[in-house]
Unconditional design. Structure first.
Length: 509
């Protein structure tokens, strides 16, 4: 269980008080409130929320579908069109009290959800009143007894927009207060992704309101809920399939961590660093999620590399170097059938390419390297330099950043490096041990062996490694060039790796 910060609790309390103020007119003047209609709509909304408490249906609808998709907003928007604002705000409360809350503390989350929906429904009702919704719906005035189409679409649209704006504002603000997210990150893409679903909910709510006022009465409004339930079920199946893909990704990452124990946890941190870069660059939320998968899975091709090569203590032979350099292609083959990864597959294949064209597997240069691959390359090298392994301490963040900036333009995309620097200034970085600590301290670094034959511009065999200075014997954190997740030893100027044994691992893997 994760405790809710005090500031978030205070914010929830203020929101609840605002919601209570909105419903006060209905309680203060009960004679002017249509309690029968309000009670029917509140009961209908609560009935729609009950399947989430069922063990079978709840696993399908609640376990894999976002809250916004599980809540039957058409009922709330129909209430906003049919009832006065104060009465409409009360409709959501019983459903939230009966609904399922997954995370603890449940009481605070339940109060927040009830207050949030009450405020959104109240705002929607107020908006439709401003545009003459009661009259346009045929509720009286100007001799209208039937809905005034197409004008009635205007107040219904205003209600849906107000509902969406309030929910979006509250969703983003609670992330800022409770999760301590930056406001720009909290609200980025939130409104754009909510407009279309809420517009559809608004049309369904209008249909319910029209049928409710029709000669067939409130029971006819139930016909609208059947297609809503069907669409929710289809949406649930989509999210269940996506959850299955995510479980597969986690299993692949765990398999890589088990096979290459010296980089345990590295994949998750590369995914996190990739997200920080993408957020600074203003990428859309959907692309950021795919990029996170790219960072997490960038080394999945190691599953196709023999373990003896990954864990070899001595220098690699030319043949072993060629085997290591195949891991991006292995990884691409492994994930090519996962359709929702999209651009992530290109990042897995090309994250060892370099801006000057000296990388692998295809020697792409400049903008020919996919954008996601250029992001992952920076994130990969940064974490490799800063993470502490059981055989050496990580370099300071400032040293790693200076090395990235030194290699920007030749190995790394300067825009990606600048974005990472801004993100680190804003969020900081927490380094971690990526392999089990040894019970005995590592042996002192052995003198570097002669470099293997390689051209000065040859790509490193195990990671995103540019030519760099050779580590001095005994240095805990050499200041050489950034190393990707595969490199293990101090690198010579020729780009080869020299390793004299387990204690001589001077660079990040």
């Amino acid at each position: 269980m994760r405790a809710i910060p005090g500031a978030a609790r205070a914010y929830i309390l203020v929101t609840a008080l605002c919601a209570a103020a909105c419903v006060q007119p209905a309680v203060r003047d009960p004679g002017s409130t249509p309690w029968l209609a309000a009670g029917l709509l509140a009961g209908l909304y609560a009935l729609c929320e009950l399947p989430a408490r069922c063990r079978v249906l709840g696993r399908s609808l609640n376990g894999s579908v976002p809250v916004a998709a599980r809540s039957f907003f058409p009922v709330l928007l129909a209430a906003a069109l049919l009832l006065p604002p104060a009465a409409a705000a009360l409709v959501a409360v019983p459903g939230v009290l009966l609904g399922r809350i997954e995370q603890r503390p449940r009481s605070a989350r339940r109060v927040w959800r009830a207050a949030q929906l009450a405020l959104a429904t109240w705002a929607a009702s107020r908006a439709q009143v401003l545009f003459g919704g009661p009259v346009a719906l045929g509720g009286g005035g100007y001799g209208l007894t039937v809905p005034d189409f197409p004008y009635v679409l205007l107040p219904a649209g205003a209600a849906a927009l107000a509902f969406c704006l309030v929910l979006t504002a509250l969703d983003g603000s609670i992330l800022v207060v409770a999760e301590r997210m930056e406001p720009r990150a909290a609200w980025r893409g939130l409104l754009a992704s909510s407009l279309a679903p809420h517009a559809a909910h608004g049309l369904a709510g209008l249909m319910m309101a029209v049928l409710w006022r029709s000669p067939y009465g409130p029971l006819s409004a139930l016909l609208v809920l059947l297609p809503m339930y069907i669409s929710c079920w289809v949406f649930a199946q989509y999210h269940r399939e996506r959850a299955a893909h995510q479980a597969t990704i986690r299993a692949l990452v765990q398999a890589v961590d088990i096979k290459d124990t010296y980089t345990r946890g590295h994949s998750e941190r590369v995914g996190h660093a990739s997200v920080l870069i993408a957020q600074e660059m203003g990428m859309e939320r959907e692309r950021i999620e795919v990029l996170r998968f790219a960072g997490i899975l960038h080394d999945v091709g190691k599953l196709g590399v023999p373990t003896r090569v990954l864990r070899k203590d001595g220098p690699l032979t030319p043949e072993e170097r060629r085997v290591i350099e195949l891991h991006p292609e292995y990884g691409h083959e492994m994930v090519r059938g996962i359709a929702f990864l999209g651009e992530a597959r290109g990042a897995i294949l090309h994250h060892h390419e370099r801006l000057d064209g000296s990388g692998y597997p295809y020697g792409l240069a400049g903008d020919r390297i996919p954008e996601f691959a250029r992001v992952v390359a920076v994130a990969d090298a940064f974490d490799a330099m800063t993470s502490t392994r059981s055989y050496r301490r990580g370099r300071p963040v400032g040293t790693a950043v200076a090395e990235l900036e030194r290699c920007a333009g030749t190995q790394f995309d300067p825009a990606m490096v600048r974005a990472l620097v801004r993100a680190l200034d804003r969020h900081g970085w927490r380094t971690a041990v990526t392999a089990d600590e040894e019970t005995t301290p590592p042996a002192p670094p052995a003198p570097a062996s002669p470099p293997a034959a390689a051209s000065p511009s040859a790509p490193g065999p195990r990671g995103n490694v540019p030519p760099a200075r050779t580590a001095q014997p005994g240095a805990a954190a050499p200041s050489g060039a950034p190393t990707g997740s595969g490199a293990r030893g101090p690198r010579t100027a020729g780009g080869a790796t020299s390793r004299g044994g387990r204690g001589s691992r001077g660079g990040p893997r």
